[in-house]
Design a binder for this molecule. Structure first.
Ligand code: ADP
Length: 467
């Protein structure tokens, strides 16, 4: 062995960092996180910094009626029969613990809780930075303070197992440079208690994602960090673990085709969807509930085509008087991801939308705000109350991008990795976060990855410390 630790964690996103911190809370003295990229945090830094927790003091302060059972019910619906009630319940019941954990690390949440698609209660807590970095950076600092060894440019290559099949360590490429697969030197690291794999998804492994879903060609944009190549998943499959639901790859319905990666458009549209409308450019009319679950919206958005069948991204039309209350508006305007218009006529002219139906649609929508009922798509209107769609308008184009892999490796409620041959745990091996599969089923609801990654990081740590 070249190196040895009590607990070995691979990956430094929400799942890996939560596992590290909780391991120390459970008494671990020697924990190490190995990260292959030059930066910590992975995909977990690339999001709007929203997490759905239930039963928090902040929800209580705002008199929001909610419970883990309600959240699980929403998630099961979105999972379309494939989600795991057992695992979702584990995650939801740890919601308040994880919220506290991030606050203990120093994260600061906005007072305003957000309504996001597919949720029956308002429960998306958002950090003031409006970015996952507002959770990752305090967690990283805390982990280091607690004595966790954290290193970048260390790529996990293989699991090392003893004769009985127990995972006893990992092979690491030390000094790895992303994109140069034979860079660095190979070292063998012993894991006294066990290995926790928290390497995230495979949204950037184009061959693997396209093999699962042929529509996800190289031309389809991706919001992920470049390191999301499925390494941990592939290695665990090689060790006989069970892959689950790999074809369920989610595209983000809030993405903009006018910028790369996750971008600023996501923050803008997430903020504005509840009180704004999405318009088909051919008809000038709405075509979806703007806060339906992600799959429903992404599937409908990608059907917007011109008469030759080419993509014709829909328009999100938001009222500036409300949009300006979120800093994302300045960003989208500055980077040409959205544009300001003084009138409905100006929008129709610029985007070649039929004016009459568009005017009628906006008038109808403003009527729904008065009645509190959306007869077109049954949208929850509570978050739109009193927010009329009046000029000036801010308009963003909408086109889905590959965002999240619901599929991954199968775990049980203790975050133990299950072998395909026996259905039993592979001793010494635990997994948490996006690398795992089967929790969310067909479609994960928004702002539910962060709580799940944190919760199963915590669970994996508790299990490894029992092992
Ligand atoms: P999660 O949200 O599930 O925690 P993230 O994508 O945020 O997932 O984090 C996963 C992290 O794991 C990323 O920082 C990624 O670079 C890292 N990672 C992926 N593959 C490897 C590997 N082979 N060795 C070490 N780190 C890896």
């Amino acid at each position: 062995w070249d190196d040895e630790h009590e607990v070995v964690i691979i990956g430094s996103g929400f799942a890996g960092l939560a596992a590290a911190i909780e391991s120390t809370r459970q008494g671990a003295k020697d924990v190490a996180i190995f990260e292959k990229m030059a930066m910590f945090g992975g995909n977990s830094t690339l999001n709007a910094g929203q997490a759905c927790f239930t039963g928090t003091a902040l929800q209580k302060k705002h008199n929001i009626q909610d419970s883990p059972e309600m959240m699980v019910a929403d998630q099961l619906k979105s999972g379309r029969g494939y989600a795991s009630k057992e695992l979702l319940t584990v995650s939801a019941e740890l919601g308040d613990y994880c919220y506290q954990l991030t606050k203990d690390c120093g994260s600061v949440y906005r007072d305003h809780i957000i309504t996001t698609g597919g949720h029956s209660a308002t429960r998306a807590h958002q950090v003031v930075e409006r970015s996952g970095a507002g959770i990752i950076q305090p967690m990283l600092k805390t982990a280091r303070k607690l004595g966790v060894k954290t290193v970048t440019r260390h790529k996990f290559e293989h699991l090392i197992r003893d004769k009985k099949g127990r995972v006893i360590g990992v092979q690491i490429r030390k000094g790895y440079h992303f994109g140069h697969e034979d860079s660095g030197e190979i070292i063998n690291v012993k894991a006294q208690r066990g290995v926790i794999i928290a390497t995230g998804g495979f949204g950037y492994n184009i061959a693997l994602r396209q093999a699962q879903d042929p529509t996800l060609t190289a031309e389809v944009g991706c919001t992920n960090a470049k390191g999301a190549t499925g390494d941990g998943l592939i290695e665990m499959m090689a060790a006989g673990a069970t892959p689950l639901h790999l074809a369920f790859i989610q595209s983000g319905p809030w993405a903009s085709p006018d910028e790369g990666g996750f971008g600023y458009g996501a923050g803008f549209s997430l903020y504005n969807f509840p009180h704004s409308i999405a318009i088909d450019r051919n008809t000038g009319q709405r075509f979806m509930n703007e806060i339906a679950d992600r799959k429903t919206r992404a599937d409908l958005e990608i059907q917007r085509r011109d008469k030759d069948g080419n993509p014709n991204p829909a328009l999100l039309i938001a009222p500036k008087h409300e949009a300006k209350n979120d800093p994302s508006m300045e960003h989208v305007l500055e980077y040409n991801v959205a544009w300001e218009f003084e009138s409905v006529e100006a929008i129709a002219k610029h985007f070649d939308v039929p004016l009459k139906p568009l005017k009628q649609q906006i008038a109808d929508w403003n009527g729904y705000i008065d009645t509190g009922v959306d007869p077109q798509f049954g949208k929850r209107m509570d978050a739109a109350r009193g927010v009329k769609l009046t000029p000036p308008f801010i308009v963003q184009r909408l086109w889905p991008k590959v965002h999240y892999c619901q599929g991954g490796i199968q775990i049980n409620r203790k975050a133990e990795v299950l072998a395909a041959k026996t259905g039993k745990p592979i001793p010494g091996l635990f997994a948490a976060g996006e690398v795992t599969g089967g929790i969310h089923g067909v479609s994960r609801l928004g702002a539910c990855a962060t709580p799940e990654c944190l919760a199963f990081g915590v669970v994996a740590a508790r299990s490894v410390m029992e092992a």
